[in-house]
Design a protein around this ligand. Sequence first.
Ligand code: ADP
Length: 260
Amino acid sequence: SVPAIMGSNVVDVDAAKIRGAGSNVHFDKVSVAYGALVVLHPLTLDIAPGEILAMIGPSGSGKTTALRAVAGFVKPASGRIRIGTTDVTDLPPYERGLGMVVQNYALFPHMRVEDNVAFGLRAQRADKALIAERVKDALATVGMSGFSRRYPRELSGGQQQRVAIARALAVRPRVLLLDEPLSALDAQIRRNMVEEIAKLHRDLPGLTVLYVTHDQTEALTLADKIAIMRDGRVSSHGPTVDLYRRPPNRFTAEFLGRAN
Ligand code: ADP
């Protein structure tokens, strides 16, 4: 059955609790190559504080690579990445102040929901009381308060993905990276989750989000701005409404389903 929507379960989360609320993410001429294959051509792009930027485009266009460069899992061949005033280009992933959720994000199957959510905090050696408070807040934020003692196998796919989001939020990230977070879910649950992510973002207004998807509908529904990727380059970038109403080129029009 479809899990209850977070809706009324959402507690009021104090946005100021989100560490570094309001950080921008800046790509400054970032290029990435795998051996001789250049998959990201010098990319300059800014995600404003608190903005949801959807990066969309066909498979292989470099979206995941761009996200992984922000996460620190891919080293740029050139260029710099800044989060707020911090140049993170040479920082290890766990020092970047990020939360990340990817497609098929496997929760640790042998751990209860609460221990999954606590994982990043324990890795940071946070103290017990703080961990308990953060886990409680994060689960409330995604409407999963009643599920802390369950194991992942006792949850639906949508619920598991909400726990994955709670785990990402528990460390109070400056920036949330979402890489096809809904692709593994079926259509109805995916639609619900899109609404839930929109609501989550309204409840955490300072949270900057990079949302990678190949799904135009998700992007059009959620994003303040859209960057359309093509062959390792940004083909167009702008406010969602503008791109949809006045696609600057045919590729954009086709990708947004606006071509006649
Ligand atoms: P997207 O997310 O838009 O589908 P990716 O960023 O995953 O695109 O991939 C961009 C290009 O980089 C593709 O051609 C892909 O095959 C290539 N690529 C991605 N990861 C690797 C890797 N680890 N080694 C070699 N090539 C890779």
